[in-house]
Design a protein around this ligand. Structure first.
Ligand code: COA
Length: 163
């Protein structure tokens, strides 16, 4: 049975919403790779290496989950690594239009059979995004419980260093 799945995103930073999707996916697939997309236009808060380090730390007790950084097209990365599934999380109806567009474009670009699987985001986290986390944090708001502890620590350290 085919069981190699990829979960992609910017993860700047990883949130508990992402983590919930990753953990749930890892129950259904033998190998899950969390792929950090290194080429999008978004302003970076954490470097790609820092994001990878934090993801590896929070996932260190999950031997079937690996973390990687990729550049270029998602479809190329999927083709080269022969993933069978691409996992995406859906938070609300607003995600749907963007997701279907991306899934259908990617489907044209895959060179083998790849299914995009959507997991519903846990309602506890359906209102968060990495940008919202950064905004609330930078204005002194409480983000405890919305990101892993290690992320919170690194956000505090980074802001203190930059002050
Ligand atoms: N819990 C909490 N937040 C979540 C979430 C969840 N379950 N799922 C998504 N989010 C957040 C993300 O953190 C992100 O926040 P941000 O916009 O503030 O950074 C936002 O929701 C959107 O998530 P997503 O759609 O996954 O965007 P992304 O920037 O994290 O990832 C890629 C987008 C990497 C998948 C996409 O840009 C890509 O494939 N890039 C490669 C280039 C390519 O192939 N392009 C052509 C595609 S057809």
């Amino acid at each position: 049975m085919k069981k190699k799945a990829l979960y992609v995103g910017s993860f700047d930073p990883i949130t508990n919403g992402h983590l919930d999707i990753i953990k749930r996916a890892s129950v259904h697939y033998e190998n899950v790779v969390v792929g950090i997309a290194a080429n999008n236009q978004k302003n970076s808060f954490f470097s790609f290496e820092d994001r990878k380090m934090m993801l590896q730390e929070v996932l260190k007790d999950s031997p079937n989950i690996k973390v990687d950084i990729f550049t270029g097209l998602l479809a190329n990365y999927v083709n080269e690594n022969k993933f069978d599934f691409v996992i995406r999380g859906l938070r609300a109806t607003m995600d749907f239009e963007y997701e279907i567009q991306m899934a259908q474009m990617n489907a044209r670009l895959y060179n083998h059979n790849v299914e995009t699987i959507f997991l519903m985001t846990n309602p506890k986290y359906s209102f968060i995004s990495s940008s919202l986390i950064k905004e609330v944090f930078s204005l002194g708001g409480d983000i405890q419980g919305l990101v892993p502890e290690i992320v919170l620590e690194h956000m505090k350290k980074k802001v203190t260093r930059e002050e």
